[in-house]
Ligand binder design. Structure first.
Ligand code: MGP
Length: 177
């Protein structure tokens, strides 16, 4: 009777990671009125694999638990989530405005779907136009937006908007701005 070859345990650090097309940076904004807007914005970390995305997502405070005035932003590495960044000079955004009721029910799901949509490059070729996404936690109603850097490129921007709505599972009747 032949002996079964011993199975090799995966060598530590040699597991196959799944690379993303882009490297992404997670930013956090906490409003402190005594500081200039830019000084309230901090880069938390960068990642470029699916596995790191989930580690970061699972270990950070859920968006619904952030206090009002805070933002998360996930942007392609090298682009800051601010108008001042030269890559954002022509910036446009697809904006989803949420009601106060949606804060507890849908916010976390919609933000996660937004993140997955951009890191998977779900828009095909126009994914190149995507700078990143921002979530604003606000008492008056939260906002989620995908920023695109060439607002003038109507075809690409419209395609991104349509696919984004599908990713969020929004009905065709729902209007995003
Ligand atoms: P906001 O945080 O995008 O939305 O902008 P909020 O809090 O819902 O307010 P509203 O104006 O949309 O009703 C709030 C303020 O933050 C802006 O008016 C700016 O003063 C400042 N701000 C926001 N962004 C994204 C930037 C930025 O990129 N650069 C600078 N310098 N200020 C910004």
């Amino acid at each position: 009777m032949g002996q079964e070859a011993p199975r090799k345990a995966p060598e530590e650090g040699k597991l196959d990671l799944h690379p993303l097309i882009n490297r992404w940076a997670l930013w956090f904004f906490k409003n402190d009125c005594s500081l200039a807007w830019q000084n309230n914005l901090h880069r938390v970390t960068k990642f470029n694999t699916v596995e790191d995305f989930w580690v970061i997502h699972n270990n950070n405070q859920l968006a619904s638990k952030l206090s009002s005035g805070c933002d998360y932003a996930l942007f392609k590495d090298g682009i800051k989530p601010m108008w001042e960044d030269s890559r954002n000079k022509q910036v446009g955004r697809w904006l989803v405005s949420l009601t106060k009721q949606q804060h507890h029910i849908e916010l976390v799901h919609l933000w996660l779907e937004t993140l997955l949509c951009i890191i998977r490059e779900s828009f095909g070729e126009p994914s190149q136009e995507v700078c990143g996404a921002v979530i604003n936690i606000r008492a008056k109603g939260d906002k989620i937006a995908v920023w695109t850097w060439e607002a003038e490129n109507q075809e690409g921007v419209l395609h991104i908007g349509c696919v984004y709505k599908e990713c969020l599972g929004l009905s065709t009747k729902t209007i995003i701005g």
